[in-house]
Design a protein around this ligand. Structure first.
Ligand SMILES: Cc1cc2nc3c(=O)[nH]c(=O)nc-3n(C[C@H](O)[C@H](O)[C@H](O)COP(=O)(O)OP(=O)(O)OC[C@H]3O[C@@H](n4cnc5c(N)ncnc54)[C@H](O)[C@@H]3O)c2cc1C
Length: 725
């Protein structure tokens, strides 16, 4: 993508932003890693000693896994198991209800769906965010640092010991009981019991495969396995290179409330209670539950929360469970925390100024608010008891949910939103078809950078742009030329002998073409004026056709300037000091114009440029016409599917550019010896140009006047072109 996001045009040097993250869970660490990779200075403050994430596994669906892979974290290398199927059993009988082979389905998603041990994911994220390897400076992790105060306007955190630290931006990744979110107006939300709790435990796969009662259940390791009853369910899936099976036993909270003491994610559950809660399930299920190690059995109350009014305020953004606590029914809570962290980094590329942060947070919110809440909504529906679903006339459409959840890339989505935001704000940016890729590189936006950027100035200095223009002025018929002029244009003189020039310029060292060049040849009709709607007149030279021998300037010139450009081969033979120079105009081997200039001798530079030296009063006669202030032409864009109709058509004027200060004066040579030969051709030899070639060949020639060669190091980008009227 074109880098239009950094402060390349600003005199303020780019520096890393100082970003303070509260909480080192999956959300905080992903945010830190993504921001580090953007080149920022990140510090993470974690209240715990960060000994170990609780022993349970997590789904990394395609949407989250892709983001981790982009940052260099391959779940397959930390024991992640690819989910290759789904089996649902009837809880009471243990019979198969349905099986889906997701290996086929997985071909739809660009990244695999991995099942990973949380501790392994957490450690990998921590190492990548804070370790010496990798892009950007390592984030600094402060453990046992409980944040007690969050000042969003001042971007300041206060700790238990009364000390504080300030930065450019605060990120609240402090989980479901977040303190940070209460700094957002209306965000002081308290999570509440969703009505469900979950026992969680892990078992060695071998303990199931060696037991005839359960061996069948792990025959296809890599599958997600479910037993879903009216108001309770058991979910099983592998992790740790298939050596461990992870279990989540979701049930009505009231049946395990005796276990809840307020220890949060470290709460220990009672195995006897768990067996009782699942007593009606098939013997194979009870055999599994029987194997659970009670000392490691966790029970979590599944918390829900009202929607936050916003995820941002002043210089604070909240991410993950702090912003939108997730129920586990779709395995998307961690995934959405990962999306948040990556999206936040995406709106803050290196070079973002501190003063731009509030604006960028707004884009972050626009990219995250609707999506996170929609997935939360799907998750709530996915967790509803079957009777409640039926009573509400609702149906689970897992494919719709999966398509929405998996089919998103938070980095791609957010970077596009940022690009559109920046492009809409910068009124100097230029666009041409195709617009889908953003602002277009071209003469007025070299290499896609800002024309005044430091990089462009340096390139221009290293390879100066050069132009070499031959022009041959000749006399011809005003009445013949007049037929070319659109409404509003007229010759200034009533004389029937008019003056025109063939002018051929070769450009070289063009920055926007990577240092290359091309040639152009046009017919310029002198002594023209245009009468504007307000009655005022503009005087100039009319350009009815300009041939060029490269596609890029033809496209940019037609699209951005509206110039009447056509392709032709232009061959220029001649160097400074040559006795004779020759220019030919052809198309696929058919020559339809030849021009020669001989005996050029140096002369004083004429400031009025190549195409029209100033008419001078040389004796008695009518007063000289007013100075030609620039070049006219006519823009015409045909309508699609409506032959003969224009989408737009209007006259354009490019004023003569002012001589730039400190630039070398052009060198000028003149001669009276020049020839012009134009040949009409038929449609077989010039299928797309014969109408123009015929017209040019039909121009009466009343004598060639002066010829000139002007060489210059100043090349105008014609950015002064404006619509007339
Ligand atoms: C049973 C269950 C199963 C789940 N299964 C999945 C799954 O399969 N896939 C999935 O994607 N998601 C799953 N989730 C959800 C997922 O685990 C969470 O959404 C995710 O961990 C949230 O990450 P977080 O970083 O926002 O919050 P947390 O992981 O809660 O991290 C918050 C951190 O902030 C720290 N902290 C809190 N307060 C402060 C403070 N004042 N100062 C400093 N530090 C502080 C905490 O110590 C903690 O380390 C599941 C959740 C549950 C409950």
């Amino acid at each position: 993508m074109t880098d239009i996001t950094t402060n390349g045009t600003s005199s303020e040097p780019a520096r890393p932003l100082r970003i303070l993250v509260v909480g080192a869970g999956i959300g905080g660490l992903t945010t830190a890693l993504a921001l580090r990779q953007q080149g920022h200075d990140v510090q993470i403050f974690e209240s715990s000693k960060l000994a170990q994430e609780t022993g349970a596994a997590i789904h990394l669906a395609s949407n989250a896994n892709g983001l981790l892979r982009r940052m260099g974290l391959d779940a397959g290398k930390i024991g992640g198991v690819e989910c290759v199927g789904v089996t649902e059993y009837i809880p009471q009988t243990g019979a198969v209800k349905y099986q889906i082979d997701t290996s086929q389905m997985s071909k739809m998603w660009q990244h695999p769906w991995h099942l990973v041990h949380r501790a392994h994911l957490h450690t990998a994220l921590k190492d990548m965010a804070t370790g010496p390897e990798g892009k950007g400076e390592a984030a600094k992790l402060h453990v046992a640092s409980r944040v007690q105060g969050v000042d969003a306007a001042g971007a300041t955190l206060t700790f238990e010991d009364g000390t504080n630290v300030s930065g450019d931006l605060l990120v609240g990744a402090d989980g479901v009981h977040s303190l940070a979110r209460s700094s957002i107006p209306g965000g002081d939300k308290k999570p509440f019991d969703s009505g469900k709790s979950a026992f969680r435990f892990l078992l060695p796969t071998e303990s199931l495969s060696s037991d005839p009662q359960t061996a069948e259940l792990v025959a296809k390791i890599g599958a997600l396995v479910m037993w879903i009853a009216e108001d309770r369910r058991l979910i099983m899936y592998p992790c740790v290179n298939k050596t461990m099976m992870n279990f989540v036993a979701i049930h009505p909270s009231k049946e395990s409330e005796a276990d809840i003491t307020g220890a949060g994610w470290q709460e220990t559950g009672s195995k006897a209670r768990m067996l009782h809660i699942y007593k009606d399930f098939a013997p194979s299920v009870l055999a599994i539950l029987e194997k659970a190690d009670e000392s490691k059995l966790k029970v979590w109350q599944l918390l829900d929360m009202e929607q936050m009014p916003s995820f941002i305020h002043e210089k604070l953004a909240v991410v993950g469970d702090a912003a939108h606590p997730f129920l586990p029914h779709q395995g998307q809570g961690g995934g959405q925390a990962i999306e948040d962290g990556v999206a936040l980094a995406a709106v803050l590329p290196f070079g973002t100024k501190s003063s731009e942060i509030k604006d960028r947070l707004q884009i972050f919110e626009e990219c995250r608010y609707e999506r996170a809440h929609r997935i939360q909504g799907y998750t709530r529906t996915a967790g509803m008891d079957t009777a409640d679903l039926a009573a509400k006339g609702m149906k689970l459409d897992m494919m719709e949910y999966m398509g929405y959840n998996f089919g998103h890339d938070a980095w791609d989505y957010t970077t596009k939103a940022l690009r559109m935001h920046l492009e809409a704000r910068d009124k100097t940016l230029r666009f041409r078809n195709p617009i889908e890729f953003g602002a277009s590189p071209g003469p007025r936006q070299p290499l896609g950078m800002h024309p005044t950027s430091v990089e462009i100035q340096a390139l221009r200095k290293a390879t100066p742009e050069k132009s070499r223009t031959y022009s041959i002025r000749f006399r011809t018929s005003r009445t013949y030329l007049q037929n070319l002029l659109p409404a509003g244009f007229a010759f200034t003189s009533p004389a029937t002998v008019a003056s025109a020039s063939i002018s051929c310029t070769t450009l070289d060292g063009m920055t926007w073409l990577g240092g290359g060049g091309y040639s152009m040849l046009g017919l310029y009709i002198h002594g023209i004026n245009y009468t504007k709607r307000n009655g005022s007149k503009v005087f100039g030279t009319y350009l009815p056709v300009l041939f060029e021998n490269a596609a890029d300037p033809i496209i940019t010139g037609r699209d951005e300037l509206g110039m009447p450009k056509l392709f032709a081969d232009i061959n220029v033979k001649g160097n400074d000091g040559d006795e004779r120079s020759e220019i030919s105009l052809s198309w696929r081997g058919t020559t339809f114009g030849t021009f020669t200039v001989s005996g050029l001798t140096p002369e004083e530079p004429v400031p009025n440029g190549v195409n029209g030296s100033q008419p001078v009063q040389r004796g008695p006669g009518p007063p000289p016409p007013p100075p030609e202030a620039g070049t006219f032409y006519y823009r015409y864009i045909p309508s699609v599917g409506e032959p003969g109709k224009a989408d737009v058509e209007y006259p354009v004027f490019i004023p003569k550019p002012e001589a730039a200060e400190g630039t070398e004066a052009p060198k000028s040579f003149a001669s009276k010896m020049a020839t012009i030969s134009l040949q009409g051709k038929n449609w077989q030899t010039l299928p797309t140009l014969h109408h123009v070639a015929d017209w040019l060949a039909g121009m009466p020639m009343y004598g060639v006047g002066e010829a000139k060669l002007v060489t210059s190091t100043v090349v105008s980008d014609s950015s002064g072109a404006r619509r007339l009227d």
